[in-house]
Design a protein around this ligand. Sequence first.
Ligand code: NAD
Length: 363
Amino acid sequence: MDMKIGVIKGDGIGPEIVDEAMKVLDRTAEAYGHSISYTQLLMGGASIDVNGVPLTDETLGQAKKSDAVLMGSIGGDAKTSPWYKLEPSKRPEAGLLQLRKGLNLFANLRPAVLYEELKDACPLKKEIADQGFDLMIMRELTGGLYFGKRSTEPVDGVMTARDELTYNENEIRRIAKRAFDIAMKRRKKVTSVDKANVLDSSRLWRKVVEEVAQDYPEVELEHMLVDNCAMQLVKDPAQFDVILTENMFGDILSDEASMVTGSIGMLASASLNETKFGLYEPSGGSAPDIAGKGIANPIATILSAAMMLRFSFDLDEEASAIERAVESVLRDGYRTIDIMSEGMKQIGTKEMGDRICSYISRQ
Ligand code: NAD
């Protein structure tokens, strides 16, 4: 397969971690007989330095022409970086919002995996951590409360604020389909999270998800109220496979799920649109405090690249080869500083990338 990948290395540790992910992609392509062409794109602070704005129309156009985009992270230290003296719409983060909007990325996927070798970092009780977990949160990204009409005005002489939560059936259907498709590639279970005992939008959500489920008879569907889901994530996370939910609930639950893994440097993410296109990036930021030191953990970006192979290119075997290589490196005791523990071997960003490459093989 020929893959056209847009690459946004970004700011801070971005270039360091993306270089390792590209190395791993190249090694995987070599092992499986694919070819990859990369187009370097400037976004965030790196684009401000060259173009004066965090994202140009030309860059957005190039991103659209790619099959998928791999991204590091953008932004700098808000206290010291000159980027933060600019007005908010010209700062690095504005470029990311424009990119997401311009690419119509409506589905955000965040896996939360507790690796056997990193169980000690899990803040949950030992008997819960011992069971491990491997779940995927699928959050609707372009609708709901964050995009509804809002106002603050006096009503009958009392200052009153209002935020509107709207979903139409098409918005629900397209993300539900995505969640079921992804469950088919996993353990075939979808937990749809809502607040259907109170909200009309949740009742419509439930109805549409049930309709979509008819087309996926192999996938088990359950509904869960969001308050219960927040409890279950810390009580019994092993019960979940794919959690499907709307924008605000997903915002909160995905942060909760990533915290229970205890290792943010390990967490990948993907944002998808209606085609096979996706933007793949680590969950963490640009870590300006450690940029340029060669110590950043590249694993979240490498696992994001694996997600790209699986979801944008349907290369499941190749994605699994990368995931297996990451597990092997951890099993052999290699750690970057952020996941270091007693008795393990501490290595830097490049060595982590090299070691992961050395474990990649066709099965
Ligand atoms: P951060 O995630 O960059 O850093 C938080 C802590 O985690 C730091 O101590 C950092 O050293 C550590 N860390 C993060 N990633 C790591 C990695 N791969 N390996 C080892 N350690 C790692 O969060 P922050 O400090 O709040 O934000 C820094 C900048 O990143 C800000 O400008 C923020 O806006 C930006 N940011 C960008 C994105 C994105 O590009 N999607 C996401 C979040 C934050």
